[in-house]
Design a protein around this ligand. Structure first.
Ligand code: G6P
Length: 492
């Protein structure tokens, strides 16, 4: 009997659009979670039966969710989309997951004004519960179709914090040896900040995750913060592992169940990424960007337009570099790719405007007839992003906080001439790549401007040497290892 792997995440590996003729066209889902999970699963589909449960996000997805299911081909992941009502989905995804949980773990609240937990929030919370219940019900249904001891459930991220608990409740104690893991791709908030959440909400989220057997994070600091919250908010019994104890960070005893908390960094699948970068579409962009750069040094950043990515301070740092170091005028171009994200939320729309405003100010202040210092692109174009990685002299990744960060790993792997990395000390990737990067405090614009200068002034040999070391560090944590270690932990 083959092993069965059930994955649950809000966004799935594919999303459908309805064409003019009414047919559905599938498109790969975006983001680090999808990239890592898809690539990790590729290594297990030959030995395991994999079902990925996700929410229907578009009208096309809803149609696909209602259509009779086509049997997956051998070695393919079966995708089951949940047709959750738009009102429940909006409250659960936009209001709770993205406006409260994401803001909490990334420390994004403007606390004199936000958050406010009133009656409306209680309705949002009820929807979050219903949305998590829909996933737990679907998982229970899938789990019941095969032997528990061969079934492994991998629940992803803050959208689905309640799922491990709800799944156990749904199975009514008959889950046998079913193994459940929960993985957070985000940071975890410090206990004092986490305490902003209403008491029952903060407790329910921890209690939900702790029903898993294995609880994973990308970096030790996030796992430690989670353990702190288990102690401070739940009063759970926490035992912490020493630094030398491999992946394990600690164990939490709560309601008679032990959850193991561990660190699983996620790097990139180097051969697959390099092969993708050789495709014609990427090479065409490499040619076009190279001609546009015209021998100038390139500072590159690639992000979703996301508050936690700290794009506005990054642009402020570039402005400060140009204001304080005139020797770079005419010799450097900043390519800032910031593609749209979560535009249903007013804070994201306001942030997009702020970003456009500072970009315009920089252009107006420094542009000359011969030199355009800044190119801000807001259209998502994956091949063009890969091309920018290949050409970057300096990669700027300065998030306020970030669970791991993917670009920081793709950049050095694809770099053709070697790139210097400026990295926020608050990114999970700082734990694996920090030794070879220029680390900055993401709030310190002057320090970031100085790091930009240092990175630009670095000798080619040093830049290349650092870049090779960064690429090797990114390659040390392939997605197959990330997933395989979690499955092995559930078996152990
Ligand atoms: C990033 C984070 C993931 C998160 C995803 C959600 O990729 O790393 O932790 O699940 O964003 O993004 P979405 O666009 O689906 O809201």
């Amino acid at each position: 009997m083959r092993q069965r792997v059930l994955v649950a995440s809000n966004r799935g590996p594919v999303s459908y659009e309805v064409g003019a003729d009414g047919t559905l066209a599938g498109r790969r889902g975006g983001g680090g979670l999808i990239a890592g999970m898809t690539s990790g699963l590729a290594a297990v589909v030959s030995q395991a039966e994999v079902t990925w449960i996700c929410a229907a996000l578009t009208d096309g997805d809803r149609m696909a969710a209602r259509s009779p299911e086509a049997a997956p081909a051998d070695g393919e992941v079966r995708v089951r989309m949940l047709d959750i009502s738009p009102e429940i989905f909006d409250r659960a995804y936009n209001q709770v997951a993205n406006s409260i949980l994401w803001f909490t773990h990334h420390l994004l609240f403007d606390t004199p004004n936000q958050p406010q937990f009133g009656r409306e929030f209680r309705l949002d919370w009820a929807a979050y519960l219903a949305y998590n219940q829909a996933f737990a019900d679907a998982l229970a249904d899938e789990a019941a179709a095969g032997p528990a001891d061969r079934t492994r459930v991998l629940v992803q991220d803050y959208h689905l914090s309640l799922v491990p608990r709800l799944l156990r409740e749904k199975l009514g104690g008959h889950e046998g040896d079913l193994g459940i893991a929960h993985f957070s791709h985000t940071p975890w908030a410090p206990a004092d900040y986490y305490r902003l959440l209403p008491r029952q909400v903060g407790q329910a989220l921890l209690d939900g995750i702790l029903a898993a057997d294995h609880v994973g994070f990308h970096a030790r600091c996030w796992a430690d913060a989670f353990l702190d919250c288990c102690e401070a908010i739940l009063g759970a019994q926490v035992s912490r592992a020493g630094r030398g104890d491999g992946d394990a960070t600690g164990r939490v005893l709560h309601r008679g169940h032990v959850a193991e908390v561990a660190v699983h960094p996620l790097g990139v699948d180097v051969p697959a990424l390099q092969a993708r970068a050789q495709a014609d579409d990427v090479r065409a962009h490499v040619g076009a960007l190279g001609r546009a750069a015209d021998g100038k040094k390139l500072i590159v950043r690639i992000d979703r337009t996301e508050l936690s990515k700290n794009i506005v301070r990054g642009l402020a740092a570039y402005r400060e570099l140009l204001a304080t170091r005139p020797q770079w005028h005419g010799r450097v171009v900043h390519l800032a790719f910031a593609y749209p994200s979560r535009s249903a939320l007013p804070q994201y729309r306001a942030y997009t405007d702020q970003m456009a405003l500072i970009a315009q100010q920089i252009t107006e202040e420094f542009r000359t007839p011969q030199w355009n210092p800044l190119v801000l692109e807001v259209k998502d174009d994956y091949p063009r992003s890969l091309a920018a990685c290949a050409l970057a002299d300096v990669l700027l990744v300065n998030p306020i906080r970030d669970g791991m960060n993917l670009v920081v790993q793709e950049g050095p792997v694809l770099s053709e001439r070697g790139c210097a990395l400026i990295l926020s000390r608050e990114a999970g990737a700082a734990a694996t790549l920090g030794d070879h990067a220029l680390l900055v405090n993401p709030y310190d614009v002057s320090e970031t401007a100085e790091a930009l200068h240092q990175a630009l002034a670095m000798t080619d040999a040093e830049r290349r040497q650092r870049s090779v070391a960064l690429a090797a560090a990114a390659a040390a944590w392939p997605p197959a290892r990330w997933l395989g270690d979690q499955l092995a932990a559930l078996d152990g």
